[in-house]
Design a protein around this ligand. Sequence first.
Ligand SMILES: Cc1cc2nc3c(=O)[nH]c(=O)nc-3n(C[C@H](O)[C@H](O)[C@H](O)COP(=O)(O)OP(=O)(O)OC[C@H]3O[C@@H](n4cnc5c(N)ncnc54)[C@H](O)[C@@H]3O)c2cc1C
Length: 410
Amino acid sequence: MKNWAGNITFDSEHVASPKSLGEAQQIIASSSKVRALGSRHSFSRIADSETILDTSKLPEFVEFNADRTSVRVNGSMTYGRLAELIAPVGLALSNFASLPHISVAGAVATGTHGSGSSNQNLAAAVGAVQLITGTGEMIELARGDDTFDGAVVSLGALGLVTSVSIDVEPAFMVSQTVYDSMSIDALIDDFDSLFDSAYSVSAFTRWHSIEQLWVKERATNPTTAQAASAFDGLEPAGEKRHPIRELGAEACTDQLGVPGPAVDRLPHFKLEFTPSAGDEIQSEFFVDRRNAADAIRSVAAVEPDIAEALMVSELRTVRGDSQWMSPHVGRDSLAMHFTWNPDQQLAEDAARRVAEALGPLEPRAHWGKVFDPAMFDISQYVQRPQFIELVEPLDENRTFTNDWFDTIIG
Ligand SMILES: Cc1cc2nc3c(=O)[nH]c(=O)nc-3n(C[C@H](O)[C@H](O)[C@H](O)COP(=O)(O)OP(=O)(O)OC[C@H]3O[C@@H](n4cnc5c(N)ncnc54)[C@H](O)[C@@H]3O)c2cc1C
């Protein structure tokens, strides 16, 4: 079995696809090493194990809480499907990653994020998780519990997440406008005003210039006027764009400033199409956004070394949070994403070069993407000891840990 990108062939001896929680419990109880697999969109061995528990056949459900401010869903549900199920009752999700294809449990386990200076990563919208632990016990951890900040960005180590409660809000409309080309210096000079002036802002670059700025605005947001002035002087694209400019934009959500439901604008890619380039590898690094200028200049300086590997980069901002193993814990972040050509060695070398360039800025890596752990200081995660204390009693026999976890988290 391979991951979505095809750059990882899992070492698993056995792939089990339970159709009920009882069956899943039995599989966990009879396995010495097991890991849940979501929609397979990670680029590393984070989901690998002797037994892979494919969650895609587990029953789908959605339950609304009494005042309809949150929904409880099966962990394997994708964000796109969830948005589809809550739309008829006038509800929406506040935030999405660039693609709606990923599973809720898999996305939050790795600290997956969207964009927007006021938006935290997707795990921050989770109010409770239910899981089957390594002992086969079913437990729930909820907001307000002492250990909850360690429970959502779990790196898959706490057990099989069977359900997730997610905050929702009344449906809202978003318009998406793409602006063409600005210089890297101009982006750095106006960094705060550009990234803070809309609900979500993404800058796509190959490190010579900013090739496209994707601006997503809540249609009724009072900052619209401010957003308009921050983007004054930039040229709105006259036609739909793909982040990789040479590719057709059919797979991308609608642009040109036409408002639509959040699910049809906040992700860059439509659920029914292949997201991004398809044949690719990804890395992503996060720095404190106060160091954005230095970080952008440092990567631009090594552009010649990564050019052969690079398809495109994306810069986004993510609000800080308090989740122990979140790459955004304790600081507002600049997210620096790299879509690499599908050549593992080239991608790993390029990721190392970027990590080296960012080294003095205490970068953190996206848990689901390609990075060399030797180049990242795990002690930045000051609550890692508490996280390990949370994992150990829930997984006494180390059923859910894998080589990836042992190497990186310890
Ligand atoms: C085209 C593309 C675009 C992307 N865009 C973004 C983006 O915009 N922002 C971003 O931050 N990331 C992005 N990613 C990365 C992606 O969001 C993460 O890799 C995410 O973890 C994928 O979710 P998944 O369901 O595929 O998880 P998987 O890759 O299947 O698993 C990831 C981890 O979650 C665990 N897991 C999965 N399901 C469960 C469960 N039910 N219980 C317990 N543990 C579980 C696995 O064991 C593993 O440790 C992108 C990836 C791709 C391929």
